[in-house]
Ligand binder design. Sequence first.
Ligand code: 8X3
Length: 257
Amino acid sequence: MATLRGKTVLITGASSGIGKATAIAFAQEGARILICSRRLAPLEETVRELTASGADSAYAFALDVSDRIAVERTLCNLPTEWRDIDILVNNAGLSRGLNKVYEQDPEDWQEMIDTNVLGLLHVTRAIVPRMVERSVGHVINLGSTAGHMTYANGTVYCASKAAEMAITEGLKLDLMGTPVRVTTVDPGMVETDFSKVRFRGDEEKAAKVYANITPLQPSDVADAIVWVASRPAHVNVHSILITSIDQGNSMVLNRRG
Ligand code: 8X3
């Protein structure tokens, strides 16, 4: 296992769920934590928690990854001691609606593609050149079982995650000959705000998604992310597909009762 102590890790979409759990997991390994999301207040709370629990250092800033200009401006103007990023976790992403694609609001498509596909590209474009220059780096993208198998009423979300897989693979090929590693970590159902966001705050609908199964927890995914990041420098884990024991693929679930 390679040490993560002192490594600088940037995690997008870190206000809750997998992003937040990943920040905590890296901090426990002694990494320096840089977290962003659209909402600053929950990030500042996480920084306080990390600092109180003895984390070496943590810094938070607001960023909407879908805003290309803001990404360029913000990431180029980070405080000097936070500019050299060793590990980028492209976690920011969301789903909107569960509808037939021919009936869905195009605004929902736009938000998903802007965040899950273009947002990931904008942040990658801003960070990876410096990784290449410094001959160090690891990009870990969050994919999904949805990228492996399209499900009904989730066409555009699934398409955005299929795009994430292609981008991860292409980035890896484009980085051949450099020491920069690229990985996709693809979880199935994880108990986070994902479904609440998909259903625009409808908690009852969201709860039904995880009813009578044992879903993954954010910390399960964070464990996988930290594991890939801590492999020796010559080892590149291309992908991890991770589901709960109750999930066979995008569509097959073992619901009890
Ligand atoms: C989340 C997995 O199946 O809810 O990426 O779309 S799923």
